[in-house]
Design a protein around this ligand. Structure first.
Ligand code: G3P
Length: 478
């Protein structure tokens, strides 16, 4: 069937013998846009086998050569930004301009990783024994960083390209092979991205891309004995993966409920601009989106007015038109968001705009006077709906932030840098941004979530280091 995108295994594009496919629904039209192969467990087994054998020779490939191939893939990726961005628009309704940015950012990330990799992997340690009590200088210890083996990468729908390469590039530079399971919404963008790696000429079997239903191959992949490391970005699934996984390193970036704490001395125009960018870009479908505003009562009215004025200017419509607010990824996601909105309505939140929804398109909504008994105070809508909680002390804000199960990022707005640093120290989140909205980038910064928001730290350097193990050789002198 020519209409079904093939999966990528052993350096070739293949049809699944299952004869089944998975439909990808365009969030805007709500019609089937693409179809991908529903791979079988046997096909996963074959992929794992080739990944294992390809990795053995890849680990022996000189570091500079691995880097060279990654640079090549990065350049090809950037050359193909237009068709890949088009897929992102159709599959996940990402505004056209942002879709192009995602691909370019991905090319840059791959190149940066290649450069960083040749530096940090080209260095090991040399230790001598006589610095530890009781030892003579009779032992020399040489350490190096060696690959883990086969890395399983599972990125989410909101960055199917960027959050795939942020796993692929560190895995490959470090000498690992890579099996990608793309999200269903975003699978075709990912296949196109993989094609760029194919064109760059990586050895057969080193990279593969397996598509299919999570319910059929999800657990099979994550529990597969051939997998030596899982790098996952997404939602609650990550928690169940981590509970079931064997004795392998895990890198997880899960949800967030990023708080924006606003003090009385804050520059309210700056805050409003960041709330718009942080809360509503890609319609709030970012784990680092501002998901709750905690503002001092005395300045709340003024800030809400400013944000309201900016919300009124947001354009709402299809991603092809570069609208600010585009349809959310699926009907079930839209229904979930609506559930949070209705709960807030019943419990008496102030609606700064009328609630409006057409299909998967939800108009941006600011909810004022949200209280802790409302679901939206704690749950992440992953949509263009932002709650405002009025607070009477900074401590109240910190307390709300820390009472969350999540701990990804947070931000604080104040002109008092000492206070900002103290608040940052008090917030139990992986990152705190002072006077700007949360964000993962620049992509070489460490990126990590505490509590239910993740395991380990990402960012280029940390991801490379996470995908290697330390090997020691000790020379014993007579
Ligand atoms: O939701 C994924 C997360 O990694 C967000 O990235 O670049 O939008 O801050 P970014």
């Amino acid at each position: 069937d020519g209409d079904v995108y093939k999966y990528y295994s052993d350096g070739e594009w293949k049809k699944s013998s299952s004869g089944k496919s998975v439909a990808i629904i365009n969030p805007t039209t709500r019609k089937t846009q693409y179809k991908v192969q529903a791979c079988s467990q046997e096909e996963v087994n074959k992929i794992m086998e080739s990944a294992k054998s390809a990795q053995k020779s890849w680990a022996k490939t000189p570091l500079w050569k691995r880097a060279e191939l990654l640079h090549k893939a990065a350049a090809i990726l950037k050359e193909h930004k237009a068709p890949i961005a088009e897929c992102l628009v159709k599959e996940i309704a990402k505004p056209a301009k942002d879709a192009v940015t995602e691909v370019v950012r991905s090319g840059d990330l791959v190149s940066y990783t290649a450069e960083e990799g040749v530096r940090i992997l080209g260095e090991g340690k040399f230790l001598v024994s006589d610095s530890f009590p009781g030892n003579d200088r009779t032992k020399y210890c040489l350490t190096s960083k060696i690959p883990l083996g086969v890395i399983l990468a599972i990125p989410p729908f909101n960055y199917p390209v960027n959050l795939a390469v942020s796993k692929i590039a560190p895995a490959l530079i470090a000498g690992n092979s890579l099996v990608l399971k793309p999200p269903t919404q975003g699978a075709v963008s990912a296949l196109h991205m993989i094609h760029c790696f194919h064109l760059a000429g990586f050895p057969k079997g080193l990279i593969s891309c397996v598509t299919g239903k999570g319910s059929e191959i999800g657990d099979f992949l994550t529990l597969h004995p051939g997998v030596n490391c899982i790098s996952f970005t997404g939602g609650d699934t990550g928690i169940s993966i981590s509970k079931k996984a064997g004795m392998i390193p895990l890198q997880m970036e899960l949800g967030g409920k990023d708080a924006c704490i606003v003090l009385e001395d804050a520059d309210l125009d700056l805050v409003a601009a960041n709330i718009i960018k942080g809360g509503f870009s890609y319609s709030g479908q970012r784990c680092t989106a501002v998901k709750v505003v905690l503002i001092m009562e005395s300045v709340a009215d003024a800030l809400v007015e400013k944000v309201k004025a900016k919300v009124a200017k947001l354009t709402v419509g299809p991603p092809e038109d570069n609208s600010d607010i585009t349809p959310v990824v699926s009907e079930s996601s839209a229904n979930f968001i609506e559930g949070l909105v209705m709960d807030a309505k019943e419990k008496g939140a102030t609606f700064c705009q009328n609630y409006k929804r057409e299909g998967n398109l939800i108009w941006p909504l600011l909810l004022d006077n949200v209280r802790p008994d409302m679901r939206i105070a704690w749950e992440e809508p992953f949509g263009p709906v932002l709650p405002v909680i009025r607070i009477n002390s900074v401590e109240e804000g910190i307390h709300h932030c820390n009472a969350s199960n999540f701990g990804l990022q947070g931000c604080v707005f104040t002109k008092d840098i000492n206070k900002a640093v103290m608040i940052s120290d008090a917030m139990e989140t992986g990152t705190v941004q002072i006077n700007a909205a949360p964000a993962r980038g620049p992509d070489h910064f460490p990126f990590q979530g505490f509590k239910d928001s993740g395991i380990g730290s990402q960012g280029v350097t940390n991801s490379i280091n996470m995908m290697v193990k330390v090997k020691s050789t000790v020379i014993n002198l007579p």
